[in-house]
Design a protein around this ligand. Structure first.
Ligand code: GDP
Length: 316
């Protein structure tokens, strides 16, 4: 177990995952959770990151910062996704090493796996085939992050570990219609269609792609579990092990937000990976499994969206 009174830095605390981690650690009794805003520290700048670590002296680090987005944002901004993430992973890992951080958890993504990986995807599938082209830049940066943790462990003995989450959703997500991921984008599109009384709602792609969705509070819980109990070189998949088609997901969101409205599939938009479901047996052997059923998680996320909208607090 990691020490609840030691200083813990959450790199990326404003994002979907970082904000869930702040909630989780606070609830778990951590007394010294460190965060820093983008305006005050550019995580791509090694000298600035080194200086920040020098002053703050975190003992534990959750590296969950990055430039992220959905299938469309990835396909039109591949350079930013590659550069920003490569730099952020490099600077934070190096700074953590430099001051002798006791343990660091790096968060990757299931898009690191080859497009045609066998499903469910085991950890061993990494680097066994070509990547999905729509998110290659992001995936390469994420793979480099895993390798950074592994090589710092091998060369310097640093206790740096990696977790690979499946597609995430939950409170604090980015509800931008173009740049965001499928759950928040559809939730907002169905919501606005209901307000405008429209009789159909657009869903990108063919609806046949399959995805697995994990509530971000479950991910935060898994990250803490790994920080407390796991210490080895291999990256660990985090998911539910259950997937569904985008059509089924869209129907579930429709039933929640705007029952009865027609779905219009727009096949001019990319499907991305045909299927992406993780084999989560390693993590379950370590005694952790997800606990939020999808419909329950979607309902809570929609409630949060409505509430945040009323407060004027949405990332759009
Ligand atoms: P991905 O797992 O990186 O592809 O993440 P996304 O959340 O961006 O997309 C997942 C799937 O949902 C893809 O097959 C998309 O084509 C599909 N999808 C359907 N409607 C939307 C939408 O409005 N926004 C996004 N981002 N994806 C959508």
């Amino acid at each position: 177990m990691i020490n609840r009174s030691a200083p813990v830095f959450i790199a990326g605390h404003r994002g979907l995952v970082g904000s869930a981690l702040v909630r989780r650690l606070t609830a778990d009794g951590f007394t010294d959770v460190q965060t820093v805003g983008r305006k005050d520290l550019d995580l791509r700048d090694q000298a600035a990151v080194d200086a920040w670590f020098e002053v703050q002296q975190p003992r534990y680090v959750f590296l969950v910062a990055g430039t992220v987005g959905g299938v469309y944002a990835n396909s039109i901004r591949p350079a930013e996704f590659l550069y920003d993430n490569l730099m952020i992973h490099g600077t934070v890992v190096q700074a953590a090493h430099r001051i002798g951080v006791k343990k660091l958890l790096y968060l990757g993504s299931s898009c690191i796996y080859p497009r045609h990986a066998d499903q469910p995807i085991t950890e061993e599938a990494l680097l066994s085939g070509p990547l999905e082209p729509t998110n290659e830049g992001y995936a390469l940066a994420k793979i480099a992050g895993i390798k950074l943790c592994e090589t710092y462990r091998r060369q310097y003995g640093d206790d740096f570990i990696s977790a690979m989450p499946t597609n995430l959703y939950g409170p604090g997500d980015n509800f931008d219609l173009e740049g965001g991921h499928v759950v928040p984008a559809l939730m907002r599109r169905f919501h606005e269609a209901r307000l405008a009384g429209e009789d159909s709602v657009a869903v990108w792609g063919t609806g046949t792609a399959r995805r697995e969705f994990l509530h971000v509070d479950d991910l935060a819980d898994a990250c803490l579990h790994l920080m407390d109990h796991y210490s080895a070189a291999g990256h660990i998949n985090v998911g539910t092990g259950i997937d569904l088609t985008i059509r089924e997901l869209a129907e579930a969101i429709r039933d929640l937000v705007y029952p009865g409205v027609k779905l219009e599939f727009d096949s001019s938009k990319p499907d991305g990976m045909p299927r992406k479901v993780l084999d989560v047996s390693r993590l379950s052997e370590m005694g952790w499994s997800a606990s939020t059923p999808l419909v329950e998680g979607l309902t809570a996320t929609y409630d949060w969206f409505l509430e945040a909208g009323r407060r004027g607090d949405l990332r759009l």
